[in-house]
Write a new protein. Sequence first.
Length: 297
Amino acid sequence: MSAALLIDGKAAAARALAEVKAEVAALKAAGTTPCLAVILVGEDPASDVYVRNKVLRAGEAGIRSLEHRLPANTAQAELLGLIQRLNASAEVHGILLQLPLPAHLEEAAALQAISPRKDVDGFHAENVGGLSQGRAVLTPCTPSGCMQLLRDTLGELRGKHAVVVGRSNIVGKPMAALLLQADCSVTVLHSRSHNAAELCRQADIVIAAVGRPRMIGAHWLKPGAVVIDVGINRVEEHGRSRLVGDVDLDSALAKVAAITPVPGGVGPMTIAYLMKNTVTAARQLARSPEAPCLSTC
Ligand code: NDP
């Protein structure tokens, strides 16, 4: 039997969503109904499930949602046209472009077309820059959810050595920026890192965001570390399909102080933070609808 704590992401997400619900009620009482527009291009089954979950959670929190389902052969100009209309709509407070897009579409240009004030994913360059300068209002949902789980588990993060495995724009890099903002000492590892396991073994906090099933075994982990496993990998085992993380949970449990399971760890927090960002965007837009922004609002 291990003494490691399994961090309950579902319970943490339920707490975060209860806060969102209360904030939505207050905004509605003041005349603003937060509204999230979700754009899905094509028919990727995984994206379809993600979008349905997001719309469902939005409804539960009292957030209005608008689904824009576009065919797989949608042209870039059509997609940009829709984004511009949503940017201009006073009813819409958050715009989420479900990724990945079909290969013929330019993802970076589409994300950049979203008004930074409605960019509830926190992927617009203006919000990325704001995060790196420690002044971001809308920060990426998955790393923000991970920070909440870390604070719930550890309390103060100052001075801890955090290792982030993975350097993607949507998880690894913003995660590192948020940890730095919380006064952690941060190491970022990637596919070209030398001695990755040895470096990771020095960490008080490990964030695994690689996308490789169970790559991080117990020999990567320091006794007593707190581990947040972002990875979601589908594997076929014993004749059935299941989801596993980037960390080998069974071996890690015997060594670490606390770890998130997959599923039931980071995933629910990502959606909860999307709702939080939608409320934040709605509040900001209600307060100053005409505030200037530097991009194509
Ligand atoms: P990407 O594929 O964009 O990035 C993976 C990163 O892992 C890259 O930086 C890559 O390095 C690094 N990497 C690959 N192999 C190794 C290795 N052997 N050692 C060290 N680093 C390595 O993935 P994402 O960041 O988008 O997602 C990561 C995982 O998180 C996926 O499983 C994804 O499904 C999951 N995810 C889960 C979410 C949730 O809500 N729970 C939300 C978003 C993602 P390099 O840059 O050198 O190529």
